[in-house]
Design a protein around this ligand. Structure first.
Ligand code: TYM
Length: 342
């Protein structure tokens, strides 16, 4: 069966990049697939999180999923720590993945920074936990932004090495030789890498010190307008065709954002706005962004104000997620050779 899995970290400041690169696509995929959308709280604690703030953030990410249009009843919305298979399978995969593979992960290098000796062991093993998230459900499709591509390639390598290392045991148990399917990344559309509004060479990020660099899903219409008006641009008018966006990262970024919000593509956006001055295009972008985000922001606020509904959605999601992950985990234990109580 085809199944979608994806995760978002509850580390504060959900932004337009998270929405366009991931959450908006989660909503679209519900038509075609059985979907699991996970608030990855175990991943969040790989760097220090204030406990009260973490709890608030978990609910806020769940609220963003629901407010954007994820159906928590037809599909599964849950937080990672409520399903023990994630941590359990991650341990087994820690023993499958090689140090050399993890040493190549660019996100670890970025996040650990100069003081690598002081990074948590969890931050280093982070991609193995991400592989466990996906493989616990034997998910076939994983919608993410461009920045997660390397982690997904690692998940594919880990799945393949597990299948190879344990091929005899898998055969003996009469299981499919491709016990873990190869998860396919879904990285597509005009906003797989939304850039900072202050610097077209940096990606929009939760951790950027400048709040003006990103549009938060909690920003109001005035904040959105101010940030877009102040967004960095070059002095030329918008080009007439997409070739003209080359070497113009800021223009490329704003056109991509517009296209994603309008469910369109950059060529169509330029057919309409090519030749316009940025002052004019930015006003159109403000109007579109506010029109698309403000209903989501309002619904998030409403949901977070009474966490009962969110917590119930997460609890029901966790129960249903566990029902899928448990048989996989039991099979993994048999494959590896652990003695199990029945
Ligand atoms: P996280 O929490 O950093 O980001 C959540 C999602 O948002 C995407 N994203 C972006 N997309 C476009 N432009 C941007 N500037 C931008 N910034 C972030 C991310 O690519 C991601 O899809 N490791 C993951 C969470 C995770 C996961 C998983 C994802 C844990 N387990 C299993 C898929 C499958 C992360 O840190 O995402």
């Amino acid at each position: 069966t085809e199944r979608v899995f994806s995760g978002v970290q509850p580390t504060g400041n959900l932004h337009l990049g998270n929405y366009l690169g991931a959450i908006k696509r989660f909503v679209e995929l519900q038509q075609r697939f059985e979907c699991l959308y996970c608030v990855v709280d175990l991943h969040a604690i790989t760097v220090w999180q204030d406990p009260a703030e973490l709890k608030r953030s978990i609910r806020e990410v769940a609220a963003a999923f629901l407010a954007a249009g994820v159906d928590g009843e037809k599909h599964i919305v849950f937080n990672q720590s409520q399903v023990s298979a994630h941590a359990e399978l991650a341990w087994v995969l820690n023993c499958v993945a090689r140090l050399g593979w993890l040493n190549r992960m660019t996100q670890f290098k970025e996040k650990a920074g100069k003081d690598r000796e002081n990074a948590s062991v969890g931050l280093y093993a982070y991609p193995n936990l991400m592989a466990a998230d996906i493989l616990a459900y034997r998910a076939t499709h994983v919608p993410v932004g461009e920045d997660q591509k390397q982690h997904l390639e690692l998940a594919r390598d880990i799945a393949q090495k597990f299948n190879n290392d344990f091929s005899a045991s898998i055969a003996e148990l009469g299981l499919d030789e491709k016990f873990f399917p190869q998860p396919e990344p879904l990285i597509a559309g005009p906003a797989t890498r939304v850039m900072s509004l202050r610097d077209g060479a940096k990606k929009m990020s939760k951790s950027d010190a400048s709040d003006a660099s990103r549009i938060n899903l909690t920003d109001d219409a005035d904040q959105i307008a101010a940030k877009i008006r102040r967004a960095k641009t070059d002095p030329l008018p918008l080009p007439e065709s997409i070739e003209g966006l080359k070497e113009r990262p800021e223009a490329d970024n704003l056109v991509g954002i517009y296209a994603a919000l309008a469910d369109s593509d950059p060529a169509a956006v330029l057919a309409e706005h090519g030749g316009a001055q940025f002052s004019q295009f930015k006003q159109a972008l403000v109007d579109l962004t506010v029109a698309r985000l403000s209903p989501i922001t309002a619904e998030m606020k409403r949901l977070v104000a009474d966490p009962g509904h969110i917590d119930a959605t997460l609890a029901s999601g966790a129960e249903r997620a566990e029902a899928i992950a448990k048989p996989t985990m039991d099979a993994v234990k048999d494959i590896v050779g652990f003695v199990r109580r029945s």
